[in-house]
Design a binder for this molecule. Structure first.
Ligand code: 4NP
Length: 169
C-alpha cells in the first residue's frame, strides 16, 4: 500500500479538497486498492469538523464528494506511516519540517514536500504557482482556483505513483 497525506493549516479547505480529488482520480485510474489517501492540518482549531461548506460545494460541482472527511491534526508519526507528505504552502511546509525533527531519523519514511512544486506541470509553471493559497478569508473564486491547481497537481502525482516501485511489490 502506498500512503499519501495532504497537509494544510486547518484541514477544512485545501487538504480535504486534495483528499477528495485524489480519491476519485485514483478510483478512475484503478488504483484505489493500492493507494490510501488522508489529510491533516498543522493547526488544531477544526479537529473533528467537516470540510468548509464552500470547499464542499465547489468540489461537488465537479463531482467530488468531501462530506465523509473529518479534520485531524498532523502528528510526528505521519512521517513514519506515509510515503508522501504534501504541504499546500510554505508555512505548512515549515511547520511540518519542525514536526519532522521529533522523529528518529532511522524511522522517517518520507520528508514533507511542497505539493505544487514537487508535482508541477507546464500549466502550473507558466502561472508561477508553487503554493496553493489559503482561500478561507476570500470569495468563491479562491475556492475554484484552489480546485483547479489541485486537480492539475493530482494528475501529476498519479503519474509519479504509477512509476513508484512500491506499487509493483
Ligand atoms: P485550510 O484553510 O488551511 O485550507 O483548511 C484554513 C481554514 C481555517 C483557517 C485558516 C485557513 N482559520 O484561520 O481558521
Amino acid at each position: 500500500m502506498i500512503k499519501v497525506l495532504f497537509v494544510c493549516l486547518g484541514n477544512i479547505c485545501r487538504s480535504p479538497t486534495a483528499h477528495g480529488v485524489m480519491e476519485r482520480k485514483l478510483a478512475m485510474a484503478g488504483l484505489s486498492n493500492s493507494v490510501e489517501v488522508d489529510s491533516a492540518g498543522t493547526a488544531a482549531w477544526h479537529i473533528g469538523k467537516q470540510p468548509d461548506i464552500r470547499s464542499q460545494e465547489t468540489a461537488r460541482k465537479r463531482d467530488y464528494d468531501l462530506s465523509h472527511l473529518r479534520a485531524r491534526q498532523a502528528v510526528a508519526e505521519d512521517f513514519i506511516e506515509f510515503d508522501y507528505v504534501l504541504a499546500m504552502d510554505n508555512e505548512n511546509l515549515e511547520n511540518l519540517e519542525a514536526l519532522l525533527q521529533m522523529v528518529p531519523v532511522a524511522e522517517v519514511k518520507s520528508k514533507p514536500e511542497l505539493f505544487l512544486e514537487a508535482y508541477s506541470t507546464p500549466t502550473l509553471k507558466a502561472k508561477g504557482l508553487t503554493e496553493v493559497p489559503d482561500p478561507y478569508y476570500g470569495g468563491d473564486k479562491g475556492f475554484e482556483a484552489v480546485l483547479d491547481m489541485i486537480e492539475e497537481a493530482c494528475d501529476q502525482l498519479i503519474l509519479d505513483i504509477k512509476s513508484n516501485k512500491k506499487l509493483k511489490e
